[in-house]
Ligand binder design. Structure first.
Ligand code: AMP
Ligand code: ZN
Length: 499
């Protein structure tokens, strides 16, 4: 198998992956701020990181995956001003900060499970590591990297000469710009390591420290938690691209200033999921969650499939139609996997056939190409069915799409109640307008049959058939309608033709 190559943000180039300890990889991923539901944009980043972890495992690495939970200190502005997102979220929900942290952490883990994101080895919570953060700030203070203002202890970025390197910042950014409101900061890039609790307001989360009662800055949390569980340099540190400029730049500065060691060898960043032309964001208001996807009657794994339609370093624009198309292709892919049957499988043949798939995943996780390579295999009926099935199973170790599971559940009970049930069998949710027309037609046909008006009942059936909707009378008296996705996509025209 071709060796693993990954894009390293630090060098802006694709490099052959290596680890510090032979065949062991320490991976730190910036986790969710648990003040609200994770949106599917956040989850795109965690899916990319999950694929990375699976690909490292494929390449023989034992991965130690640390995914933190930010439950304090992430302010509404990255410039260390504004409210704490957690305290604001608690006010919104009318609960304590601790309650919302617990609630949204549980919800996040449920979303991750729905998306087949493998469990992290460690899920450290920021509030469980305040001691580590205070220790790190103390070291930075002793080494002369900090200064105090009336609202906190700040990192002095001018003292860290390579501060601008990682994000390729212009050195001018270290100087005060005329229009930048810096408060008492000495440079716009300086950032809070420890913030004091406001004098006029009691915070729900605050701790004693050598500098006064307060709470940690967001950036110090990730440095302290990665050091608590992984050795330096980390093999890989991940996050979304929005973290490059501020959060990861600050993590590097404070960690390297405190330890004198390199922080991470590989830095990897996932591109955004957009809605229209803008990044999906919680603060932007319009965001979609896994619950929204489920409420549309779509299996969450269809969203995982949707993420594989773009490379993780390319922006991806979300549309409901695009998600529905991915639900159809996931269903088709599961149907294309041959059923299990007796007989032995030639393992070396599977390895040879899987070569293109593995090559694509090892070329910086090129999932669109890997999925296309799997399709080529599944469609090639000259390959024995059990070998094709074994290839699907091997590919699924990376894809995590449950390809060997039964094809997606496509049946939906529409009415039960008094009369016999009506069920729709459709790979995508049936729009309400079409649903109402079909239920009315089926009820009208039942009445016609009761009245022995077979001419009318046949006319109704034929009208549906003409629209590619197959109506089946089931032995128990219920009715099932098979509705192709093209009919749902063309809903207005079909409804007009049937009305
Ligand atoms: P947060 O909970 O806001 O701290 O974000 C959690 C993770 O989601 C971080 O790695 C972010 O970089 C990432 N993220 C935020 N918005 C998006 C988006 N629209 N698309 C992809 N990743 C995102
Ligand atoms: Zn982080």
């Amino acid at each position: 198998m071709k060796p693993l190559f990954l894009y390293n943000t630090a060098s802006r180039s694709i490099e052959q992956f290596f680890s510090v300890k032979e065949k062991q990889a320490g991976m730190y991923c910036c986790g969710p701020t648990v003040y609200n539901y994770a949106h599917i944009g956040n989850l795109r980043t965690y899916i990319f990181e999950d694929v990375l972890k699976r690909v490292l495992t494929l390449n023989g690495y034992k991965v130690k995956h640390v995914l933190n939970i930010t439950d304090v200190g992430h302010l509404t502005s990255d410039a260390d001003s504004g409210d704490d997102k957690m305290e604001k979220g608690a006010l919104r929900e009318g609960k304590t900060v601790w309650q919302i942290a617990e609630h949204f952490t549980a919800k996040f883990r449920e979303n991750a499970k729905d998306l087949n994101i493998l469990e992290a080895d460690v899920w450290p919570k920021a509030t469980d590591h305040i001691k580590h953060m205070i220790e790190m700030v103390t070291i930075l203070e002793n080494r002369g990297f900090t200064y105090k203002t009336s609202d906190g202890i700040y990192f002095d970025t001018v003292k860290f000469p390579s501060y601008c390197d990682f994000a390729r910042l212009e050195p001018e950014s270290l100087r005060a710009g005329e229009r930048v409101d810096m408060g008492e900061k000495r440079a716009p890039t300086d950032f809070a390591l420890w913030k004091f609790s406001p004098k006029d307001q009691k915070r729900q989360m605050e701790w004693d420290s050598p500098w006064g009662v307060g709470f940690p800055g967001w950036h110090i949390e990730c440095s302290a938690m990665s050091l608590a569980y992984l050795d330096l340099p980390l093999d890989i540190h991940c996050g979304g691209t929005d973290h490059i400029r501020v959060h990861h730049t600050n993590e590097i500065a404070q960690t390297e200033a405190a330890t004198g060691k390199k922080f991470a060898n590989f830095w990897m960043h996932g591109e955004f999921l957009n809605m229209g032309n803008v990044k999906m964001s919680k603060s932007g208001g319009t965001f979609i969650t896994i619950d929204t996807v489920k409420n549309e009657g779509i299996n969450p794994l269809a969203y995982r499939m949707f993420c594989f339609t773009a490379h993780y370093r390319s922006p991806l624009t979300f549309t409901m139609d695009g998600l529905k198309a991915s639900a159809v292709s996931l269903g088709n892919m599961r149907k294309a996997v041959p059923p299990e049957s007796a007989g032995t499988v030639d393992v070396s043949k599977v390895a040879t056939l899987m070569e293109p798939f593995y090559q694509h995943v090892n070329e910086d996780l090129n999932m669109p190409r890997a999925v296309a390579a799997l399709w080529d295999l599944l469609k090639d009926t000259s390959i024995e069915s059990q070998v094709r099935r074994a290839c699907a199973a091997a590919a699924d170790d990376i894809l995590g799409l449950d390809l060997l599971a039964a094809p997606l559940e496509t049946k939906q009970l529409v009415t039960s109640g008094d009369g016999p049930a009506i069920t729709f069998d459709s790979p995508v949710p049936v729009p309400d307008a079409l649903k109402n027309v079909l239920v009315a037609k089926i009820q009208a046909r039942r009445t016609a049959r009761k009245e022995k008006n077979f001419k009318l009942s046949d006319e109704i059936r034929n009208a549906l058939t003409a629209q590619n909707i197959i109506m089946k009378d089931m032995p128990d008296g219920s009715t099932e309608c098979q509705i192709p996705s093209s009919v749902c996509a063309n809903c207005d025209a079909v409804v007009a033709a049937l009305s």
